[in-house]
Design a protein around this ligand. Structure first.
Ligand code: UTP
Length: 289
């Protein structure tokens, strides 16, 4: 069955970016000139997704506004004879965006469960916008292509240094075949030295609708939150479950370092400012201690 719907959980508090995220959603922070959420939506559209399901919370209205018509802005620019080309892609076709409210930030698993009525009885994708993936084709498109071969459940699998595994969901890997790795088990935020591998779940998922039945129990896991990883672990053995190694770059834009790296990498490649930025960076690196 074709993957038609993608869930974007955007109801987290973004505490690692305070005070920037006090009044601005983390997902609206820009990499160069586009907010993270727009890259995520573009990636979904490229993968053939038709319905974007945003799970948002209080104070996140800017996300809904971002994908709406900006009447005053467009009218004023037109009256001044100025282009609105920069807004291309930021207005979704009416009816393609659905907004669901997560009333309390009880964890990623709880956020996904909030979308259950919109998802219904079909497989669906999940994109965490703060896991910023740069690739051609994009990460979700690579996963949809893999899904067409093996079906079942897929997660994006990524190698990290072993010391970083306590911050992530970690795979217990089975057989590997090209970009596909069989998933034998999953552990959320394992204690240091106990991770089954250094392969983490990196912010992209294709899941069967049965996941909602497990999420419905709302059992709290690591950090007292309802963890998506715990429910996915229960699907293993019942349905095919694979990790897909993404051919591309990944930036953890939930952390300040990853966010700064993403901005620097994309700005260095920008046609308008890349040359100037790279030569400026050489000078700065010489003087930085
Ligand atoms: P994070 O673990 O990065 O949490 O969530 P966070 O709240 O966004 O950020 P910090 O850790 O406080 O800085 C991963 C994704 O899951 C969403 C977030 O919005 C983010 O896209 N999320 C998390 C929810 O939608 N609801 C939740 O209850 C928790």
């Amino acid at each position: 069955m074709k993957i038609r719907k993608a869930v974007f959980p955007v109801a987290g508090l973004g505490t690692r970016f305070l005070p920037a995220t006090k009044a601005v959603p983390k997902e609206m922070l820009p990499v160069v000139d586009r907010p993270l959420i727009q890259y995520a939506v573009d990636e979904a559209i490229e993968a053939g997704i038709e319905t974007m399901v945003f799970v948002n919370g209080r104070g996140k209205a800017a996300i809904e506004d971002h994908f709406d018509m900006a009447y005053e802005l467009e009218r004023t620019q037109a009256d001044r004879g100025k282009s609105v080309a920069a807004l291309a892609g930021s207005r979704l076709t009416p009816g393609d965006a659905v907004f669901v409210r997560q009333q309390e930030p009880r964890g990623l698993g709880h956020a996904i469960w909030c979308a259950r009525h919109v998802i219904g009885d079909e497989p669906f994708a999940i994109i965490l916008p703060d896991e910023f993936m740069v690739g051609s084709p994009g990460c979700l498109k690579q996963m949809v292509d893999a899904y067409e071969q093996v079906g079942g459940n897929l997660i994006c699998a990524l190698e990290v240094p072993m010391a970083e595994t306590p911050s992530y969901g970690v795979l217990d890997p089975g057989l590997r075949d090209g970009a596909l790795t069989e998933v034998r088990g999953l552990v959320e935020k394992p204690k240091a030295g106990t991770a089954p591998s250094n392969l983490i779940v990196a912010g992209r998922y294709i899941l069967q609708p049965e996941i909602m039945e497990y999420l419905a129990t709302q059992e709290a896991g690591a950090g007292g939150e309802v963890q998506l990883t715990d429910s996915m672990a229960k699907l293993i053995g019942q349905q095919p479950f694979h990790g897909v190694t993404f051919a591309g770059e990944r930036y953890d834009c939930g952390s300040k370092l990853g966010f700064a790296q993403a901005n620097f990498a994309l700005a260095c490649r920008d046609a308008g400012m890349g040359d100037d930025l790279r030569s400026w960076a050489k000078t700065i690196l010489k003087t930085a201690s």
